[in-house]
Design a protein around this ligand. Structure first.
Ligand SMILES: Nc1ncnc2c1ncn2[C@@H]1O[C@H](COP(=O)(O)OP(=O)(O)OP(=O)(O)O)[C@@H](O)[C@H]1O
Ligand SMILES: [Mg+2]
Length: 235
């Protein structure tokens, strides 16, 4: 579904990604894990059409995304839940959700998306009129995910959705993603620093270090590997 080949991306001529190749197949939940500054956000931003590529190829559903502006990438069916959520704090939950549906001009289709998001996150319906900035951290993350779903993506990409949440909420957010994948067949590319939790729910994973993919494999295999155990799990 998503195929990235030999991607190279730089900031002011300093490379942040080198020779990065990654695939996400339809129906998969894939995790991209790594430490601070490894290049995870840069990778998602590149796929989302927010970075200029030095080299490489990005194709989605068989078509190249290279050179497309971000809104065109959204139209092709890729939604990004950005790092730090980026909600409109002073706007209501409902208004934030609608902001995720700007590519949908048909009001009926918008209503349908909204009903689906409310079904998935009943809490957002209960709090539809509450200002987003007054939601708890976990609720804000649900809203950020709900907003991304409003564009009816085929591929949902999330940048550290568990950041800043207490452990119990980390688990519940990741559980939501797993359900979204299993029950609604949503294809997911999950970027995480919570390496163990992410690899536990992922079909496959990639490990990124200093802008390069150093390992890939099934989630469970990576969890059992020496590299992961030593570098990320402290075992
Ligand atoms: N706007 C920018 N200008 C210059 N360098 C940047 C910029 N954004 C990121 N970088 C650099 O690119 C590299 C990769 O950063 P990136 O944000 O992709 O890492 P990350 O894996 O998402 O880290 P984190 O887990 O801390 O979010 C880092 O060395 C970072 O300093
Ligand atoms: Mg990041």
């Amino acid at each position: 579904m998503l195929s990235v080949k030999q991607l190279r991306v730089s900031y002011d001529e300093v490379p942040a990604l080198m020779n990065v190749s990654l695939e996400v197949h339809e129906g998969e939940l894939v995790a991209l894990v790594g430490s601070n500054g490894a290049g995870k956000s840069t990778f998602l931003r590149a796929v989302a059409g927010l970075m200029k590529l030095d080299e490489g190829e990005i194709t989605f559903m068989g078509e190249s995304l290279v050179g497309l502006p971000a809104f065109q990438v959204v139209r092709r069916g890729i939604a990004l839940v950005p790092e730090g959520r980026r909600l409109f704090a002073r706007m209501s939950v409902y208004e934030n959700l609608l902001a995720g549906a700007t590519i949908q001009k048909d009001p009926q289709a918008r209503e349908k998306s909204l009903a689906e998001v409310y079904e998935m996150f009943p809490l957002l319906k209960e709090r539809a009129n509450q200002r987003a900035g007054t939601l708890s951290g976990g609720e804000q993350q649900m809203l950020a995910i709900g907003r991304a779903l409003m564009s009816r993506p085929r591929l949902l990409m999330l940048d550290e959705p568990s950041l800043g949440l207490m452990p119990l909420l980390v688990d519940s957010i990741l559980e939501i993603l797993q359900r979204l994948n299993q029950e609604r067949n949503m294809t997911i590319l999950l970027v995480e620093q919570n390496v163990r939790e992410a690899l536990e729910i992922a079909h496959r994973g990639y490990v990124i270090q200093s802008g390069r993919i150093v390992m890939e494999g099934k989630g469970k295999e990576l969890l059992a590997s020496d590299l992961i155990r030593r570098a990320y799990l402290g075992i």
